[in-house]
Ligand binder design. Structure first.
Ligand code: TXA
Ligand code: MG
Length: 340
């Protein structure tokens, strides 16, 4: 870890500046979470709607009580099990938390990241760090410092480079401000892992991907088109062989129309496609590799200037819910069901 850089970044945060930094999930764009003016700069740099609340990042349990008005026993059990780590919990907020960081809501999202640089930075800043993912609003979240630079160069004060992140998908968000713990955004910590700790959990319907226009997600950010590459993307869902043959047909058709097509495939299926641009997202045998590479692959397609993207689907594993939640949004809900 570059300790000098962390000290400098901590000083910038304490003075109201903006610093991008690595966490174990994705890179965050940080500001002093108790300073409304600093938080406002985050919204400006990202082009983010101001009703979309920020997550406050802390480094120890003592930092939770000043932010959360009520900490139910289930929250303590979840913290014990999964903090520090890729889990965010929603609580009723205290007056200390400015409405400018919660999008005007009376609740606050809090996460204790495990990444050593994130932890050192929170300590150096001496305040909770408000940090959304460090991408321009609507673009794929950054998993490398170079992704942050693509979106934020000239708009923020500093990027702390901690190399590639580990997980590659944003944290699981669980609402503990109401009776039953509710998953608002799926992530690396799965519904099943939560149930083993709390005994009960429900999942906000809006987080499941297929969002009807009249469903209002409880996490405001879930309603926006997100993670999107510039080209139109279509997901082929169904049995692997059926999806592969449908994608092969779509590739042939795109070629006949003079379109430059890209395909998102896996180690297991890579050899089956003949496409202008092929991106192997990882291995079905190791779903963490798919999560890890997802955003990098989506960003890479923008550099290749493809006209359309065809993707396999990846729901046949424990991380499938979290992966497909992002992929379906990136595709703007364009899904072809493949039957045979
Ligand atoms: O892994 C992560 O969570 C990353 C890293 C940087 O920690 N952060 C991240 O933040 O993904 P962001 O802002 O991109 O996503 C936060 C999500 C948004 O969908 C937002 O609407 C929701 O959390 N959220 C934040 N506060 C909330 C609240 N009080 N009630 C409901 N949803 C909330
Ligand atoms: Mg985000």
């Amino acid at each position: 870890m570059d300790e000098e850089a962390v000290r400098e970044a901590g000083r910038i945060l304490a003075e109201g500046g903006l610093v991008a930094f690595p966490t174990e999930t994705v890179y965050g764009l940080g500001a002093n979470g108790l300073d409304e003016k600093a938080a406002a700069r985050i919204y400006a740099a990202k082009g983010r709607p101001s009703d979309n609340p920020l997550i406050l990042h802390i480094a120890s349990m003592e930092e939770l009580a000043p932010l959360a008005a009520e900490i139910p026993p289930e929250a303590l059990a979840l913290a014990e099990a999964f903090w520090p780590g890729p889990m965010t919990m929603i609580f009723k907020k205290t007056p200390l938390v400015p409405l400018g960081t919660t999008g005007g809501l009376s609740t606050v999202a809090v996460r204790m990241p495990s990444h050593p640089v994130a932890r050192a930075l929170i300590r150096a800043a001496g305040v909770p760090i408000a940090a959304p993912s460090a991408n321009t609003s609507g673009r794929p979240s950054p998993t490398k410092a170079s992704h942050v630079a693509q979106d934020m160069d000239g708009k923020i004060d500093m990027i702390v480079d901690g190399g590639e992140v580990g997980i590659g998908l944003e944290s699981t968000i669980i609402d503990l401000s109401e009776d039953v713990p509710t998953v608002l955004r799926p992530g690396y910590i799965t519904e099943e892992m939560i149930r083993q700790v709390t005994g009960r959990v429900q999942v906000d319907k809006a987080s499941l991907g297929q969002m009807a226009p009249d469903v209002h997600p409880k996490a405001p950010g879930m309603k926006y088109r997100h993670y999107a590459p510039r080209a139109e993307m279509t997901i082929y869902r169904g049995r692997e062989e059926a999806a592969v043959s449908a994608i092969r047909e779509a590739l042939a058709q795109a070629a006949s129309q003079g379109k430059k097509a890209g395909v998102i495939c896996t180690r297991e299926t890579e050899a089956l496609y003949d496409a202008p641009v092929k991106k192997c997202i990882g291995s079905r045998a190791e779903p963490e590799t798919i999560a890890h590479n997802l955003y990098d692959v989506l960003r890479a397609f923008d550099e290749e200037q493809v006209d359309c993207i065809f993707s396999e689907s990846f729901d046949d594993n424990p991380l499938g819910g979290a992966i497909m939640n992002r992929l379906v949004k990136a595709a703007g809900h364009r899904i072809v069901e493949c039957q045979e």
